[in-house]
Design a protein around this ligand. Structure first.
Ligand code: ADP
Length: 476
């Protein structure tokens, strides 16, 4: 397969002024493309293009924007295998994870095609009866969209679709590990007829300083970022200087609580999904598993058997169930976390090995993990199950909430009890007796240091809209 590996600025693919960088297939460590690097001039050209297109794009009929998004959904549906293959090659995930992501990603175009024509406003009488209050919603303006490598397709469409639906022009900055999926999505938007300047793609080198320069351009009014809490904090500082609206999807440290009354079939199936989907490289992945001591041995035994049955291998081999991590750096981080956990007293029940042929890490299970040890306070981003036993549900809730993060939490148990615990968990999203929550129709996002704002649902488009209040004189 040949890949698009250039910048996209003002409706044209351009080689960029910087020295190209390698995109690597993590399954065999080969170079699959050399992607263009954007210089400061390229980044400024992207901002200029988006700024020039903003007014005319905002003035298009919602139906026109809606139909462009719907056409993009249709193309991605027809090309879903090609779409998934690009994801597999640059990200390393398994084929089923990639097809799952491709399907999830394209749904954002369909969902926001539907939302584009339903942007709500309001019209009310003032309490004093002297005026009519018209509340209009208008696009916030040029939007910079920064995405991570773990879901290279879905994180891009989850931002592009609501921004475009709202009438904002965009500059997409994908992660350097995974720019090819972003380039393909941008090309699909070009093919269906999204006008020049409305979508731009840059991969700045060096990232931080050039992103800051884009944020400092007064035309840029929105930053939508998905990535680590550390980088998110820096970007919030950058946004402060020019008072840019920021939506942030940051790190997570999801607890999963198994209550005494849990159905073990449902729990094991859900935990496998919550942990092993995307090889554990998800900010929603279950990071710490608190199991009631009365169910601990049964849970460990069942999970170990399930893990032993999972195959780990290249995503292009569609029979493999768990793929590679995105890079050897990420693989080594996971290995170091496991080694430290064992040195801190955890017991390695299954796995614990890396491959040197690709960025693979074996599915792994640790027990006797201490709450508060490094593996329970760090986002693992790998296929490692860490089990902490507890005796008292209040204690489990306290440990679950004992983190600066608050993105996702999972509870397995008898439904009434599980719901009561769900309400006490400090998280933007809680899954009860299931392993996956993501849905384009639901508001995705975190509390505490996991983020600001929501993506998807009817909330997602609001991040790209601003209210305008128009006062009219009320006539009797
Ligand atoms: P991850 O751990 O998922 O790689 P990062 O926060 O490092 O999370 O990266 C998420 C996105 O943020 C990527 O597109 C990355 O290139 C970008 N990024 C990294 N550092 C900076 C920075 N200093 N300023 C702006 N964007 C950055």
């Amino acid at each position: 397969m040949t890949y698009l590996a250039d910048l996209f600025i003002d409706g044209e693919w351009r080689p960029g002024g910087g020295e190209r960088f390698d995109v690597i297939d993590p399954a065999d460590l080969t170079v699959i493309a050399r992607f263009a690097a954007a210089t400061e001039d390229d980044c400024m050209a992207a901002v200029d293009a988006a700024a020039n297109a903003q007014q005319s794009w905002a003035a298009t009929a919602p139906r026109e924007r809606s139909e462009l998004l719907r056409s993009a959904y249709d193309v991605l549906t027809a090309e879903v295998e090609q779409f998934a293959e690009i994801i597999v090659r640059e990200n390393g995930k398994s084929w089923s994870d990639a097809i799952g992501e491709a399907n999830y990603a394209k749904e954002f175009f369909r969902w926001f095609a539907e939302e584009a024509v339903r942007i709500p406003g309001d019209y009310r009488l003032s309490p004093a009866g002297d005026k009519r209050i018209v509340v209009d919603r208008q696009p916030i303006g040029v939007s910079l969209l920064i995405t991570p490598w773990n879901f290279p397709a879905a994180m891009a469409t989850r931002k592009l679709a609501p921004a475009l639906a709202a009438g904002c022009t965009t500059i997409l900055k994908p992660a350097r590990e995974t720019p090819l999926t972003a380039a393909y999505i941008v090309e699909v938007l070009r093919r269906v007829g999204v006008p020049s300047g409305v979508v731009n793609l840059v991969t700045p080198v060096p990232t931080g300083p050039l992103v800051a320069k884009m944020i400092n351009r007064p035309e840029v009014r929105k930053l939508s970022f998905t990535g680590s809490t550390e980088v998110g904090r820096d970007l919030l500082h950058a946004c402060a200087d020019s008072v840019v609206s920021a939506s942030m999807e940051l790190g997570g440290n999801a607890p999963l609580i198994v209550l005494p009354g849990a159905d073990m079939d449902v729990t094991v199936e859900g935990t496998l999904l919550a942990k092993m989907r995307n090889g554990g490289a998800a900010c929603t992945a279950a990071n710490r598993i608190y199991v009631h001591s009365s169910r601990h041995d049964e849970f460990v035994e069942r999970m170990t058997a399930e893990l032993a049955a999972l195959s780990v291998g290249p995503g292009l081999d569609r029979s493999q169930q768990v793929g590679a991590l995105v890079s050897t750096t990420e693989r080594d981080k996971v290995a170091a976390l496991v080694d430290t956990a064992v040195a801190e007293g955890a017991t390695l029940v299954h796995g614990g090995t890396s491959s040197d042929k690709g960025a693979f890490y074996d599915v792994t299970l640790l027990t006797d993990v201490r709450h508060g040890s490094s593996i329970t306070s760090t986002e693992i981003f790998g296929p490692v199950v860490t089990v902490v036993a507890y005796d008292d549900v209040d204690e489990a809730v306290r440990m679950a909430n004992d983190t600066i993060y608050g993105l996702m939490a999972y509870v397995f148990g008898e439904e009434r009890e599980a719901m009561a615990v769900a309400r006490r968990l400090e998280a933007g999203m809680v899954a009860v007796n299931r392993g996956v929550v993501s849905d384009p129709a639901a508001p995705f996002g975190g509390v505490k240091q996991s983020g600001l704002g929501r993506e998807g649902g009817s909330e997602g488009i609001l991040e790209f809209l601003e209210e305008k209040y128009i006062a009219l004189t009320a006539h009797p």
